[in-house]
Design a protein around this ligand. Structure first.
Ligand SMILES: *[C@@H]1O[C@H](CO)[C@@H](O)[C@H](O)[C@H]1NC(C)=O
Length: 390
């Protein structure tokens, strides 16, 4: 064979291989039987023009609208020649499962695994604890105003099955740890120390004098409040944060860049210090909490008669004072602040590194709060379009 023929044959061979390879890549979703967007550009796939003439938001919106018109909830596309999937996901539930798993392991020392098994009992009773109806609300106000009377009348503000579930979990965990002498670096371990010894010991540091312990019920109450306060508030914050980031792509891009830079500067590792020192992440979370404080009103009771400064008005001891957090747009510091902010940051860092969030056709222009939920929660869920970042 002439050298020129050889080169030509080789060239045609290579081109054919490349062609077949790219074709098979574009056919990935078709072969999987998954609905896919038609007519990918040979090299650019479905991102033709992105970053040059069109914003990704517009391209993806168009693809999404096509899938929606075809009545499919997700669909395959090609990012250049790599198969990808555009999906619409209800984020509030996913995030609730994430924080449930986090709190489960930190409070109870239990792997809830609700991310893997969405219909687990932890989710069922966890959600139920935040459902609000007029009867529960009345009981709640009554018990807050007249705690002693409410106790005598056996007024319950937690639903029986919710209480039973959590009490059972706590009892089993306590029994297991005590009979097997399990030591674990978590909240339950601290509570057990207080219950049994009346003090906390961490190496050489000792807190408390060892006088009064906790009863089993008091311990269970602490665990329950830690669990409830720990998962819903943070997942609500995460959910509203992603909603706002989806609607403000410029801020989302900048946050993703800053997260990526901070992690790269730390040799690719996400550590506590990295998570805590991204200033822009702090700004984004604080702004989310200003617009959407998960608990919209705080109640406090003065321990003695209080004269409102500069007036003759007296708030009598024991009167319920409501502080409208949502209305005054000022989230309050709380004892769980650092824990909550940390899990919120870890969640955001991991999500934004890997995914881009954009509004879908079901993302409302303005959030309407669900009247049947105690915390701020979007009516109809928080549907966003989710795609992998490349
Ligand atoms: C965000 O809020 C926390 C808690 O209130 C505060 O410590 C922090 O300084 C705030 N960050 C910014 C950037 O304002």
């Amino acid at each position: 064979m002439e050298p020129i023929t050889l080169v030509l044959t080789g060239f045609i061979f290579v081109v054919s291989i490349v062609y077949l390879f790219v074709r098979s890549k574009h056919n990935f979703w078709k072969d999987q039987g998954v609905p896919y967007a038609p007519n990918p550009h040979f090299f650019y796939g479905h991102v033709k023009g992105q970053s040059r003439t069109r914003h990704g938001a517009d391209i993806n919106q168009e693809l999404y609208q096509q899938f929606k018109q075809r009545g499919v909830p997700y669909g395959g596309i090609s990012l250049f020649i790599m198969p990808s999937l555009i999906e619409e996901i209800e984020m509030k539930d996913v995030l609730g499962r994430f924080t449930t798993d986090v709190i489960g392991t930190c409070a109870f020392g239990i792997e809830c695994n609700t991310l893997k098994t969405p219909d687990s009992e932890f989710r069922k009773y966890g959600n139920k604890a935040f459902e609000l109806d007029p009867v529960t609300l009345t009981k709640f106000f009554f018990a807050s105003s007249y705690p002693q009377l409410a106790r005598k009348l056996h007024v319950r503000t937690t639903q029986q099955d919710v209480e039973d579930f959590f009490m059972k979990i706590v009892r089993e965990t306590v029994d297991y740890r005590e009979s097997n002498n399990v030591q674990r670096n978590d909240f339950m371990n601290l509570l057990l120390q207080i219950k049994n010894k009346g003090k906390l010991q961490d190496h050489d540091t000792i807190v408390g004098k060892g006088e009064v312990g906790l009863t089993h019920n008091e311990l269970a109450a602490q665990v329950l409040i830690f669990f409830l306060a720990g998962f819903e508030t943070s997942s609500t914050t995460l959910s509203f944060c992603l909603y706002e980031l989806a609607k403000n792509p410029g801020i989302q891009d900048r946050l993703r860049d800053e997260i990526t830079r901070a992690i790269d500067d730390n040799g690719g590792e996400v550590t506590y210090d990295v998570a805590m020192n991204i200033q822009y992440l702090d700004n984004v979370i604080n702004e989310t909490l200003r617009k959407y404080p998960p608990v919209e009103t705080l109640t406090r009771k003065p321990a003695h008669d209080y004269v409102i400064p500069g007036t003759k008005h007296i708030i009598p001891e024991g009167t319920i004072v409501q502080i409208p957090i949502y209305a005054i747009q000022r989230p309050r510091i709380c004892i769980g602040l650092r824990f909550g902010v940390m899990q919120t940051k870890v969640g955001l860092i991991n999500l934004l590194r890997k995914f881009r969030f954009t509004p879908s056709a079901r993302t409302p222009e303005r959030v309407v709060f669900d009247p049947k939920m105690f915390t701020l929660s979007p009516t109809g869920g928080n549907y966003l379009k989710v795609e992998k970042v490349v």
